[in-house]
Design a protein around this ligand. Structure first.
Ligand code: FAD
Length: 483
């Protein structure tokens, strides 16, 4: 093990490990320090384990759908232990593969907690000290919970603990109706738990386009109860149960559950790194970086969740590649690229670009085109036709600016739209591209056709906003031929 490196990366999540691998590809000598297992939150207790479990729950959903339509199955018998075992096998396989990749790339990996002791100097809690020309902070984020009385009670869980449950709870209260809260709500509802979601804002999924979030809320309302515009006061015990006390429209209310899940957000994590002592600038609780991912201290960079903004694994990994290229001297800027985001609920949500509310705030003149999956052959064949594709174009330039999708597997549709937006393409470019049949992706082309005179399999549903308030809307027609 050497003591001098070109690049030392602190934190082995999707930001840090990608930076290390890319750095090695570019010929740098790389050290990666990780205090737990490589893979970070994403592989070990975030994206991957939740998606492994959610995929099983989708299986339950599909089997019930099949049963309604002629394939007579017994009501599925759910073994949470088997599901958890499969989830862990998937996680372990990915971590194992990653360890092999790092070894093959000749990245030195140390399991320790690191601190930046001085410029170009990383000290480890194992007593070792290493030197590196460039240091990358990739220490991620940690769960944040508001100071609610009773959050320390047994049965009040964070997401990490929820992924280790041994029994399916009969009832669950989820505090927080954001992305992570909704994925867990989908998971528990799919397992048969009685789910109540408590959200402080006046709607769930506040970062999702309002049209889509509203439609999603309607679709899931039969599977879970949602209370919005509330304030949680405390959690107490009531015999075997937990009781969440909250206030809604000045009225005291409460709801009982076996388990309470805190899904109240995450904050950048840099505890013990020594940033304050070194004078590295922090802004809004995140490490401040410029467009080249440089912190305020020469030779120190930061990437991923620790810099705040869009806390997503693919953003962290993109930063990881960019930072390694910058350290290798390539000069890559980040910041303006469209970032797709997905929510792996049933049905799924995916989007890229601003929401309609954000576009209105910015005063941009735009048009929207909405296409219902009820007019898409593949969606009907799947028996999952409750969904929509909503595209937004800049009405001055005709360029696509955003896409908002709701429906089965729409996470697989959004990359085409991210590419289109990144490359400044228009609805005509999408419509001029042959999409295979029968696929859900045809609904993207149909929505694009909406801007060009109308989709083939439904009437046009196009609205425009002229860039000044109040909103001016022109609804061509809104009837789908199969509605
Ligand atoms: P992290 O993955 O947090 O990794 C940071 C690493 O740094 C950790 O392993 C930590 O142990 C290590 N570390 C910290 N301090 C030190 C130190 N001093 N010394 C050494 N090591 C240190 N994102 C998506 O894009 N899609 C999803 O579907 C998705 N699902 C999620 C589900 C859940 C339940 C959660 C919690 C998150 C989810 N996310 C998802 C978010 C995603 O996990 C994060 O955006 C991503 O992991 C951030 O990567 P990172 O490399 O910045 O940090």
């Amino acid at each position: 093990m050497r003591k001098n490196y070109d690049m030392a990366v602190i934190g082995g999540g999707p930001g840090g490990y990608v930076a290390a691998l890319r750095g090695s590809q570019l010929g740098l000598n790389v050290l990666l320090v990780e205090k737990e297992r490589v893979g970070g939150v994403c592989l070990n207790r975030g994206c991957i384990p939740t998606k492994a479990l959610l995929s099983d729950v989708e299986g339950i959903h599909w089997s019930r759908r099949a049963a309604r339509e002629g394939i007579i199955l017994q009501e599925p018998e759910i073994s949470l232990a088997a599901m958890m075992k499969r989830k862990q096998t998937v996680v372990d396989k990915l971590v194992d593969n990653l360890e092999k990749l790092l070894a093959a790339a000749k990245v030195d990996v140390l399991r320790a907690a690191a601190r930046i002791a001085a410029p170009e100097t990383v000290s480890l809690d194992t007593g070792e000290t290493c030197h590196a020309g460039s240091i990358v902070i990739a220490t991620g984020s940690t769960a944040w919970a508001p100071p609610i009385s009773g959050i320390g009670l047994p049965g009040v869980l964070n997401t990490r603990q929820a992924l280790e449950l041994e029994r399916i709870p009969e009832s669950v209260v989820i505090i927080g109706g954001g992305v992570i809260g909704q994925e867990f709500a989908s998971l528990f509802a799919g397992l048969g738990s009685k789910v109540t979601v408590l959200e402080v804002l006046d709607r769930i999924l506040n970062e999702v386009d309002k049209d889509i979030a509203k439609r999603y809320a309607t679709l899931v309302s039969a599977r879970m109860r949602t209370e919005t515009g509330i304030r949680v006061d405390s959690i107490t015990t009531d015999g075997e149960k937990l009781k969440v006390h909250y206030e809604k429209r000045a009225q005291e209310k409460s709801v009982e559950a076996d388990v309470v899940l805190l899904a109240t957000g995450r904050r950048p994590y840099f505890d013990g790194l020594g940033l304050e002592e070194l004078g590295i600038e922090i802004q809004s609780r995140a490490v401040l970086v410029d467009r080249r991912l440089r912190t305020s201290m020469s030779g120190v960079y930061a990437i991923g969740d620790v810099i705040g903004g869009k806390m997503l694994a693919h953003v962290a990994s993109y930063h990881g590649e960019m930072v390694a290229e910058n350290i290798a001297g390539h000069g890559r800027d980040v910041g303006d690229e469209p970032v797709p985001a997905c929510i792996f609920t049933t049905p799924q949500i995916a989007w890229v670009g601003p929401t309609e509310e954000q576009a209105q705030e910015s005063g941009l003149p735009y048009r929207t085109s909405m296409f219902s999956l009820s007019a898409n052959g593949k969606a009907l064949a799947l028996g999952e036709s409750r969904g929509w594709v909503k595209l937004m174009e800049d009405s001055t330039t005709g360029r696509l600016i955003a896409a908002h999708l709701l429906g089965p597997q729409v996470s697989e549709l959004v990359s085409e739209l991210a590419l289109a937006i990144q490359k400044g393409l228009s609805a005509a470019d999408i419509a001029g591209t042959i999409h295979p049949h029968p696929t859900l992706s045809e609904s993207v082309r149909e929505a694009a056709l909406g801007f060009l005179g109308g989709p083939v399999h439904a009437a046009a549903n196009v609205k425009s906003f002229n860039g000044s308030s109040p909103v001016s809307r022109r609804v061509a027609t809104s009837k789908s031929i199969t509605d």
